[in-house]
Design a protein around this ligand. Structure first.
Ligand code: G4P
Length: 548
C-alpha cells in the first residue's frame, strides 16, 4: 500500500544532492517555532485560533475550538483514537505570516496533559505564555515554565481576558516575577479593564491601540492614536487618561525596559495585555514573535553543536503518537529538523539502529491544506510513520554520528501499581509496557525487591490510555491500583560505596529500576523524599533524566 512506511535498509550511497547554503540560510532565518504554555482555560485555544486567522490559515473562527471540544468530550480510548486523525494534524500547525514560516506546536492541557506536553517544549525555540489576567500565575503554567527554563527558552507573555474584571496589572507583573522568577518588561499597558477596558498603550512605540469588542475582526482594524499626550485621548477618555499617565510613569520607573538579549537568554519576558477572544493585542504578540523570538539556533548533538544552516539534514524525534489503527501498531514519530533540508524520498540514517532508511511517506503540517509540502528546514516538524523502530530521543542525519541532547524524561507526579488478572499473560504485559514505555506513553518502574510493576505519569489520562492499549494491542487485561508512592527521583553518584550503602539501607526498599535500567528512588511523601536526600548527601536525586 502506498501509505505504509518504507523503512527498508538501503545501501549507503554518497549524497549527491546539492543544496545551496544561501537558500537554507534564508529559509532558516524566516522560521519561528514556538509553543503556547498556559493553564487550562487561560485562552490557549482561542489565541491559537486567532493566530491562524491572521495568517489566513483558517477562515472561520470556531474551527480550532470545535476540535478542542470534540477532544475533551470524552476520555474514552476509542474516542481518543478517532480523534487522533485530527490531533495528529493539529499537534503541529504551520502557517505563513509576513513572509515568515511559523510552526506552532500544540502543548496539550486538561486531561490530555502528559509527558508529551513537556517534551514538545524541547522542540521549540520560544514559547508564548498565556495568563488569565483575572487569575494570575497558575499551577500548570509554573510546571511548563520550569521545563522551558531547562533550555533557557525565550518566553513572551500575553495577559489575556482584559475585557473582564482582572487583577491589578502591576500586581500581575509582580506575581510573574516572584513566582516564575523571570523579569517582566511590559511592552503594552492596559487602559482600564472589564467594562472599562479602553485599549492598550504601546510603551515602545508611544501609541494607543483602541479596544473594540468583536470576535470576527481580521487584522489591523483597531484604531491607533499616536502619542500619549495626544489631545484626542483626553477628549475621548478624560477620566482614564490621567490614570494611564500616572501608571505609565510608574511602570517606566519601576519595571525593566525591554532588553532583547535578556529575552533571548530567557531571563526576561516582554509582556503584552489583550483579549484573545476579541482578537485584541494578538497582532502585537505575533509581530513580537517574528521580530524578537529567535530563528532556529544551534543544537547540542553530543559530539558537537549542529548549526541550523549546515547543508546536511539532521533532526531528532521528540514525540511518538499512535496512529489511527491500533491493530497495526502504526506510529508517527514527530521529528524536529535541526539542520539542512529534508526532502521527501531522501535517505536518512537512523543513528541508534545504525541503518539507512528511505523516508518516502512523510507527514508535514500545514494548517491550511495547500499542496503537499515536499521539503522542510530547521525548525520544521515532520511526521515519520513507522512500526515501532523509532523512539523518543532518536537522532537522524545524513550519516554523521550525532546524538541530540535535551530530550528529557520527567519525574512522574502520579503512580499506579499494575497487576494482571491472568498470570499467564505476564510476558505480554511486560512486552506491552516495555513498548509503551519506549514510546513515552508511560514510565515503568520495577521495584528492586519484587512486587507489582509501578507505572508513573505526569497526567492521569496516561493510565487510561495505557490500560486500553494494553487490552487492545497486547490482549492484556491489567488492573491498576493506587500506590503509596508520591514522587520519584533518579539517582546517581560518583561515590560507588555510597550507592551500595544506599541500596542496603532501609531506604533501599524503595529503589526501583526504570525501563532503561536507571536507578530511581520512589518516595512515599514529600517529607520522606526530603529526609532521604538529607541523609544521603553523596547521592544526587534528579527530577529529570535524558533519553538514553
Ligand atoms: P484553553 O485552550 O487555554 O483551555 O482556553 P480557551 O481558549 O478554550 O478559553 C477558555 C475560556 O475563556 C473560553 O470560554 C473562552 O471563550 C474564554 N476566553 C478566551 N479568551 C478570552 C478573552 O479574551 N476574554 C474573555 N472574556 N474570555 C476569553 P468558555 O466559556 O469556557 O468556552 P466557550 O463557551 O467560549 O466556548
Amino acid at each position: 500500500a502506498p501509505d505504509t512506511p518504507s523503512t527498508e535498509a538501503l545501501d549507503v550511497t554518497p549524497d549527491t544532492r546539492k543544496v545551496p547554503t544561501e537558500l537554507i540560510a534564508r529559509e532558516v532565518a524566516r522560521r519561528r517555532t514556538f509553543g503556547i504554555i498556559s493553564h487550562p482555560d487561560a485562552g490557549k485555544t482561542t489565541l491559537t485560533e486567532k493566530l491562524l486567522l491572521f495568517s489566513g490559515a483558517i477562515q472561520l473562527a470556531g474551527t480550532v475550538k470545535a476540535r478542542k471540544s470534540g477532544r475533551h468530550a470524552t476520555s474514552d480510548w476509542m474516542e481518543i483514537e478517532k480523534q487522533r486523525g485530527i490531533s495528529v494534524a493539529s499537534s503541529v500547525m504551520q502557517f505563513e505570516y509576513r513572509d515568515h514560516v511559523v510552526n506552532l506546536l500544540d502543548t496539550p492541557g486538561h486531561q490530555d496533559f502528559s509527558e508529551d506536553t513537556y517534551r514538545v517544549l524541547t522542540a521549540v525555540d520560544s514559547a508564548l505564555m498565556v495568563i488569565d489576567a483575572a487569575k494570575g500565575v497558575e499551577e500548570q503554567t509554573i510546571k511548563l515554565l520550569n521545563v522551558c527554563r531547562m533550555r533557557a527558552t525565550p518566553i513572551l507573555t500575553f495577559m489575556n481576558k482584559m475585557d473582564r474584571e482582572t487583577r491589578d496589572p502591576l500586581e500581575l507583573l509582580d506575581e510573574v516575577e516572584s513566582v516564575l522568577k523571570i523579569q517582566c518588561a511590559p511592552v503594552t499597558w492596559p487602559i482600564g479593564m472589564g467594562k472599562n477596558f479602553r485599549g492598550v498603550y504601546h510603551l515602545l512605540r508611544d501609541e494607543i491601540l483602541l479596544f473594540k469588542a468583536g470576535e470576527e475582526r481580521a487584522d489591523q482594524e483597531f484604531e491607533v492614536i499616536k502619542g500619549i499626550d495626544n489631545p484626542r485621548l483626553t477628549e475621548m477618555f478624560p477620566l482614564e487618561i490621567e490614570q494611564l499617565k500616572m501608571e505609565v510613569e510608574l511602570v517606566h520607573g519601576a519595571s525593566h525596559p525591554f532588553d532583547l538579549d535578556a529575552f533571548l537568554a530567557g531571563t526576561q519576558t516582554p509582556v503584552f495585555f489583550g483579549s484573545a477572544i476579541n482578537n485584541f493585542g494578538v497582532r502585537e504578540i505575533l509581530n513580537a514573535l517574528l521580530d524578537w523570538a529567535p530563528a532556529p539556533r544551534s543544537r547540542d548533538a553530543s559530539v558537537r553543536a549542529v548549526e541550523p544552516v549546515e547543508a546536511p539534514f539532521s533532526g531528532f524525534v521528540f514525540k511518538i503518537q499512535a496512529n489511527m489503527d491500533p491493530a497495526h501498531r502504526d506510529r508517527i514519530a514527530f521529528l524536529r529538523v535541526c539542520s539542512g533540508r529534508f526532502e521527501r524520498g531522501m535517505k536518512v540514517k537512523h543513528l541508534r539502529l545504525n541503518r539507512e532508511i528511505k523516508v518516502s511517506s512523510v507527514v508535514t503540517f500545514m494548517a491550511s491544506s495547500r499542496e503537499q509540502v515536499e521539503e522542510a528546514y530547521a525548525g520544521d516538524i515532520i511526521g515519520l510513520p513507522n512500526h515501532g523502530n523509532m523512539q523518543i530521543g532518536d537522532s537522524f542525519s545524513e550519516g554523521e554520528l550525532l546524538q541530540f541532547t535535551g530530550i528529557p524524561y520527567f519525574a512522574p507526579d502520579f503512580f499506579r501499581s499494575v497487576r494482571i488478572r491472568n498470570p499467564l499473560k505476564i510476558k505480554q504485559l511486560h512486552k506491552g509496557l516495555q513498548q509503551l514505555g519506549e514510546e513515552g506513553a508511560v514510565q515503568v518502574f520495577k521495584p528492586v525487591h519484587g512486587g507489582d510493576l509501578v507505572l508513573g505519569a505526569v497526567g492521569v489520562l496516561q493510565f487510561e490510555v495505557v490500560a486500553s492499549r494494553l487490552l487492545n494491542e497486547y490482549g492484556v487485561d491489567a488492573v491498576f491500583e493506587g500506590t503509596s508512592i508520591s514522587s520519584a527521583r533518579w539517582i546517581s553518584s560518583d561515590d560507588k560505596k555510597a550507592l551500595a550503602d544506599f541500596e542496603r539501607s532501609s531506604a533501599g526498599a524503595n529503589i526501583a529500576f526504570d525501563a532503561a535500567n536507571n536507578m530511581a528512588y520512589l518516595a512515599t511523601s514529600g517529607v520522606n523524599l526530603k529526609l532521604t536526600q538529607e541523609r544521603w548527601p553523596q547521592l544526587t536525586f534528579h527530577a529529570t533524566r535524558e533519553h538514553a
